[in-house]
Write a protein that binds this ligand. Structure first.
Ligand SMILES: Nc1ncnc2c1ncn2[C@@H]1O[C@H](COP(=O)(O)OP(=O)(O)OP(=O)(O)O)[C@@H](O)[C@H]1O
Length: 576
């Protein structure tokens, strides 16, 4: 039987073997199935192709081809230069075009590397002034483009040594894997750094382009490379490193605005975290104040903030909503009839720093997120709610308020109000079932959590407008509120747009309406500013109610997106 090797070029021994094997083996194989299996296997096309490749490889191995030249790359370049600028035929133009393609250039470069057998990486020459007694040093060469290095340094006050303080995740230094926290910097581009201030070294680095050579004494502790962390937070405050005197390196800071989603990459340092903007293609992290640092900063400013908060007066002089926003099905419902009793204190314990969030998309059959509208009195919350209800009464719904006052003849329980006993109402107050409640002429009125639940249970979008201090209690996994702040336009635009509008008078108990006064406009704007500064971190959407139809369309579109698209919500809302 021939050996499984074909030897020289045209020898077809292996093919012959493949063709005769089934008949040769026939006498040893009894089962017809096995025989047909063997036949199919030996006539299989892929087996024949493999044998062909084997043949070719053997052929070239025996020939031991050697490259004709080892500088195909430079030859191609010379040829291109020679041909350029001459009157060329179509074929030569095509050749020039081919030779200029990066893939061909790379292929030729690989060819030359193999031909020259120069497989070792090219290292920069070692500096010849290395002191024998010196610690073992690492010479690192990084090629720097416009991107910063992504590392911060510090000076040890006792020894004067300059060490790497932190490596920004995803930055150039991090990606190189060559520089680590704790490494001691000896030289940058041959310039000793021992007697230099960190700012001077940063200056040398920022001036350097192209290859930078570092002489480094490796630190003892090296960071273990970790997986990219996946913690996302919503920033609840604005941050600008330019104005931050305490940041170790302004250039390394990451600026952000309240509401931005940040991906936290490292919390190794208790004071300065590293983060990048969510969705940013740039892998390099920037420094941001850690949660605890921001809390400390807030606490230092707190005494003034606290007095300001407590000073916010009640509706009559401040413009905070004077009423609970109850269902307006009955136009006669007097919206100024009751005051908020207990919830005027503000919870100042919550420090707006960061809130951990996760991406959430409402499953098709799940209940809708509660839509909460907030804004100063007279801004147009009821008008917007009314327009939404009219636009799609099957889709949107509002809550029915509870009261202890006796039902009137024309009223139906559960339509204008849920009429309940004082005893029951007080029990519900005790059990924290009221979002807002108040008393008027000896009767209680209020918006009960169960009335929100009953709208949501009908698979409707529940529209609720509340005073902003109640938001905190509504922010639960059950309601997943989408909070929209409706804010007034400029005073000039208020004068123009509200010419025919009416505000419910706060001066009498009857809730009679009157045209807006200049004082009403000013109050609306200042209350809006107060609300935004105090509760702005809770608002997911801000709409300026300038032109009513534009504001309505913006709100409608935002609500559609809430129903269908992915949004960032507090991570606890996504736990089942
Ligand atoms: N963009 C707008 N342009 C003109 N008029 C408007 C606009 N938005 C609302 N209005 C009018 O302003 C008045 C007050 O609006 P609305 O009652 O909706 O305010 P509200 O925020 O619910 O106030 P309140 O706190 O007093 O209940 C109404 O007459 C309304 O029609």
């Amino acid at each position: 039987m021939p050996a499984l090797s074909t030897g020289s070029g045209n020898d077809t021994g292996l093919y012959e073997l493949l063709s005769v094997l089934p008949s040769q083996l026939q006498t040893y194989v009894e089962s017809a199935d096995d025989r047909s299996f063997l036949h199919a296997m030996f006539t299989e096309r892929s087996l024949h192709s493999l044998v062909k490749i084997h043949e070719k490889l053997q052929h070239y191995e025996n020939q031991s081809p050697v490259p004709v030249l080892d500088s195909a790359g430079s030859l191609a370049q010379d040829l291109t230069e020679e041909l350029q600028g001459k009157t060329l035929s179509g074929e030569i133009r095509e050749l020039v075009k081919l030779l200029s393609k990066p893939h061909i250039k790379s292929l030729l470069s690989v060819h030359d590397t193999v031909a020259q057998k120069s497989y070792d990486p090219e290292l920069p020459p070692l500096p010849d002034d290395i002191d024998e007694g010196e610690d073992s040093v690492k010479i690192i060469r990084l090629v720097k483009n416009k991107e910063p290095l992504g590392a911060t340094i510090k000076r040890n006050e006792q020894t004067g040594a300059i060490t790497v303080a932190r490596i920004m995740r995803g930055g150039a230094a991090d990606r190189s894997g060559l520089i680590h926290v704790g490494d001691e910097l000896k030289e940058v581009n041959g310039i000793p750094v021992e007697d230099k201030k960190p700012e001077e070294i940063i200056h040398i680095l920022s001036q350097s382009q192209g290859a930078i050579t570092f002489k480094i004494v490796p630190g003892i502790k090296e960071e273990a490379p970790g997986k990219e962390p996946q913690m996302f937070v919503r920033a609840l405050f604005d941050y600008d490193p330019e104005g931050d005197k305490t940041i170790p390196c302004k250039e390394a800071g990451l600026a952000f605005r309240r509401g931005y989603i940040l991906q936290v990459m490292s919390q190794d340092d208790a004071t300065w975290w590293q983060a990048k903007l969510e969705g940013d293609a740039n892998p390099r992290a920037g420094l941001i104040p850690s949660k605890s640092l921001q809390e400390r900063r807030f606490a230092l400013r707190q005494p003034t903030a606290q007095t300001q908060v407590q000073k916010i007066p009640r509706r009559k002089s401040s413009g905070f909503r004077r009423s609970f926003r109850l269902s307006r099905r009955n136009k006669k419902t007097n919206k100024s009839m009751y005051e908020c009793k207990k919830s005027e204190q503000y919870d100042t314990a919550d420090v707006p720093t960061y809130e951990e969030v996760a991406a959430y998309r409402r499953p098709q059959d799940a209940k809708h997120r509660l839509v909460v509208l907030v804004g100063p009195t007279g801004v147009g919350l009821n008008e917007l709610k009314r327009k939404l209800l009219i636009s799609d009464p099957q889709h949107f719904g509002v809550t029915v308020p509870h009261t202890t006052r006796p039902k009137r003849n024309q009223e139906t329980d559960g339509v204008e109000y849920h009429f309940i006993s004082k005893h029951l109402f007080e029990a519900d107050i005790h059990n924290n079932k009221f979002i807002e409640h108040g008393e008027y002429k000896g009767n209680y009125y209020g918006t009960n959590l169960d009335s929100v639940r009953s709208v949501l249970a009908k698979k409707k979008v529940c529209l609720l407008d509340v005073q902003p201090h109640t938001l905190k209690h509504l922010r639960t996994a059950e309601f997943k509120p989408y909070i929209v702040f409706v804010k007034p336009p400029s005073i000039e635009r208020l004068r123009e747009t509200r010419k025919n509008a009416k505000i419910i008078s706060g001066k009498d108990d009857k809730g009679s309406s009157k045209p807006f006064t200049e004082e009403d406009f000013q109050e609306m704007i200042s209350t809006s500013q107060q609300m935004e500064s105090q509760y702005g971190h809770l608002f997911e959407k801000v709409i300026v109610n300038d032109d009513l139809n534009t504001a309505f369309n913006e709100l409608r579109a935002a609500l559609r997106r809430v129903e269908t698209e992915t949004h960032w919500v507090p991570v606890s809302w996504t736990h089942t």
